[in-house]
Design a protein around this ligand. Sequence first.
Ligand SMILES: Nc1ncnc2c1ncn2[C@@H]1O[C@H](COP(=O)(O)OP(=O)(O)OP(=O)(O)O)[C@@H](O)[C@H]1O
Length: 236
Amino acid sequence: MPHRNDPGIDIIDLSNAKIVQKNFTVLNDVDLHIKKGKFCYLIGKTGSGKSSLLKVLYGQLPLQGGSGQVAGFDLKKLKQSDVPNLRRKLGIVFQDFQLLPDRNIEKNLLFVLQATGWKDKHKMEARIDEVLSSVGMKTKKHKMPHQLSGGEQQRAAIARALLNHPELILADEPTGNLDPETSNDIMTLLKNLAEENHCAVVMATHDYHMIQNYPGEAIRCENGQVSVLDTAELFE
Ligand SMILES: Nc1ncnc2c1ncn2[C@@H]1O[C@H](COP(=O)(O)OP(=O)(O)OP(=O)(O)O)[C@@H](O)[C@H]1O
């Protein structure tokens, strides 16, 4: 584990952190230090706090105790007005894709670029083509979300997450709505993209088949605590 105070190495750096939903402490004494470029799972039973932890990391839920940094942002000092800047450094992928249903894929991506300050029309078009190519969806950019399969919608959502060259992708059960074969495709895609883009990924999942197929490191939420383990330990 890198030293906890070295901001150059860690993309996520939580020390003694407390994660609270309403008045209920979900996770306590969280020490989590994830290096830049690292791929890791986020596991734990339903209600164990995976989504709450991710929400703290993307600025949706305030950090209530201890200290925390994500992509160089101090979570304790994070103001509402800083959240868009933090989100620019992150890519967020959800189980239900969360594409805007009333516009095609190209316009879904354009919406994000415009909302994050891009102005040049040609640069926006080029970036959209680039990320859609990287997920194999360039020919589908004029399709509406409902005209695509679940796997294709998730590919588009991953392309959207890549638009601003994120240093970290936070994925909350990205394969939860997909069949096993499509889940494997999405998993391979995420792993390859993370490597190519030197981007860290934290991916919440309940899918132990996938973890077995793609072993690695996992952050486990259990009994209000967080620990880090090698996924091989889960199958001993
Ligand atoms: N908006 C909320 N208000 C109050 N309590 C909440 C809220 N969201 C989650 N909780 C509670 O916080 C705890 C952790 O929930 P969380 O969604 O983080 O778990 P999870 O591990 O992501 O679960 P799952 O695997 O089912 O998605 C649960 O006890 C849950 O009931």
